[in-house]
Design a binder for this molecule. Structure first.
Ligand code: ADP
Length: 437
């Protein structure tokens, strides 16, 4: 900058000197100033032209401060170009990756129109890109569950909700899992996966367990019958009494396990049919309490009941009886003598809640997430001693799933546990609709 200023001053002074010699020093200096300004305007114009169209106009040969300006602009421009090239490489790589994904990916705008779809959208959903661009997604994919899923995806950007599984209309052997996530305020992404193979494997697995359980039922009944006859035989030598008692105990256990496995299989089989009868929870609880009365007395537990008699539910009375009974029996079994068992049925902030609390053994935190897995036990011996099959909480979880409810377990080792079944408000509200209808 300094260099430029000295140069201008020198030019003005020289012009002034020439002017002085000609008798017009001031005019000479003034003319020099105008020339400098005109020259600068010309150079700035060249700069603008170059900025606007760098390819068409080569970088002008300049010196001084303007040269520095050119250099900075040129450097930033090169940096931006590099970044742009990098971004477009990333974008094309991302598009290629999304296109190569085995899932169908469809982007839809706020009006439900298709903005983009990957290659597999054609294979899984029959949506073709770019042919189906701007077509309404719901005009091509007509499943009420998927429509509902799209409507539930709120206007906020949030993590994907659990998806819906539907049987394909065009091919009844195909099962598709739909998920929807909003990733900008205006765009939703539908992810559809063909889960037919997984569903088939699960079905084979369930069928196998159900068949084995069913096949075991008859031999077990025969075995149990003969063991009972032998045990009741007065002529039986003493040395056989204990082994036969053990055999009877084990056959009863096996019968319970087979019964629970068959019950789980039946629940899985009827997964597509939603239970919808009015359930009188008060009567369910009193039947269970009556049945477990002797057990409670035997362990000298104190039973606290806090039941909202007016609160009812839509679902299956037998399934809920089984789930609630499992929770209450567990509370009794896993609480040492003289414990307190609290059973509550009330309207909570998120819906109707059935909870069973005890002040028993409690459960260490690392076990809590796994309790509803089949045959998962914290202490297998204790479970067996209490007549447990290891399937009780798996049944509870499945029954609750069928009622759109969730199980919340909180526990502290040595302090006690709480198992709460939360039925969303819509499920308890349905009763009114059912009664009015
Ligand atoms: P089980 O037939 O063994 O009781 P469940 O599926 O009902 O099987 O329960 C799984 C395991 O969870 C039990 O083995 C036990 O370790 C633990 N559990 C369940 N309920 C309670 C409770 N109220 N207090 C402490 N532990 C419990």
């Amino acid at each position: 900058m300094k260099h430029d200023i000295w140069k201008f001053i020198a030019i003005i002074l020289a012009a002034g000197l020439i002017g002085f010699m000609l008798g017009q020093a001031l005019l000479g200096m003034l003319l020099a100033c105008f020339a400098i300004i005109a020259w600068q305007i010309y150079r700035i114009n060249l700069l603008f032209e170059w900025i606007e169209n760098p390819r068409g106009n080569p970088m002008p040969e300049v010196s001084g401060q303007l040269y520095n300006l050119y250099r900075i602009i040129s450097r930033n421009r090169n940096k931006n170009l590099k970044r742009k090239r990098q971004l477009s490489t990333y974008l094309s790589q991302f598009r290629k990756a999304v296109s190569a994904m085995p899932d169908a990916i469809v982007l839809i705008d706020d009006n439900g129109k298709i903005e983009w779809a990957n290659k597999n959208a054609d294979k899984v959903l029959g949506i073709r890109w770019p042919e189906d661009s701007n077509v309404r997604f719901s005009d091509l994919i007509r499943y009420p569950e998927v429509d509902q899923l799209l409507r539930q995806t709120t206007s906020k950007v949030e993590p994907a909700k659990p998806g819906v599984i539907v049987t394909s209309i065009s091919n009844s052997d195909a099962t598709i899992n739909f998920k929807c996530v909003r990733y900008t305020n205006k765009t939703r992404m539908v992810i559809a996966r063909d889960v037919s193979r997984l569903v088939q494997i699960n079905q084979m697995h369930s069928d196998f367990v159900a068949n084995v359980s069913h096949e075991l039922k008859t031999p077990l009944t025969v075995l149990k019958g003969y063991v009972e006859i032998l045990r009741d035989n007065a002529e039986l030598p003493d040395k056989f009494t204990r082994p036969l008692s053990q055999m009877q105990l084990q056959t009863v256990r096996m019968e319970l396990i087979v019964g629970d496995l068959l019950y789980l299989a039946r629940l899985e089989d009827s997964d597509s049919i939603k239970p919808h009868e009015p359930v009188n929870v008060t009567s369910v609880v009193s039947t269970i309490v009556e049945a477990v009365g002797p057990l409670i007395e035997e362990k000298h537990h104190k039973l606290e009941l806090d039941i909202d008699h007016s609160l009812e539910l839509v679902g299956s009375q037998t399934e809920l009886h089984s789930a609630f009974s499992n929770l209450i029996t567990n509370a009794i079994n896993y609480t040492p003598e003289n414990g307190v068992i609290n059973i509550k049925w009330y309207n909570g902030p998120d819906g109707a809640i059935f909870s069973v609390k005890d002040n028993g053994l409690g459960i260490a935190p690392q076990h809590i997430n796994r309790l509803t897995q089949r045959f998962y036990r914290v202490d297998a011996d204790r479970s067996r001693d209490g007549g447990g099959t290891g399937l009780g909480l798996a049944i509870v979880k499945h029954v609750l799933q069928r009622h759109m409810a969730e199980l919340k377990i909180s526990s502290e080792e040595g302090e006690g546990s709480s198992f709460a079944c939360i039925f969303p408000a819509a499920e308890s509200d349905q009763l009114n609709t059912l009664e009015q209808g």
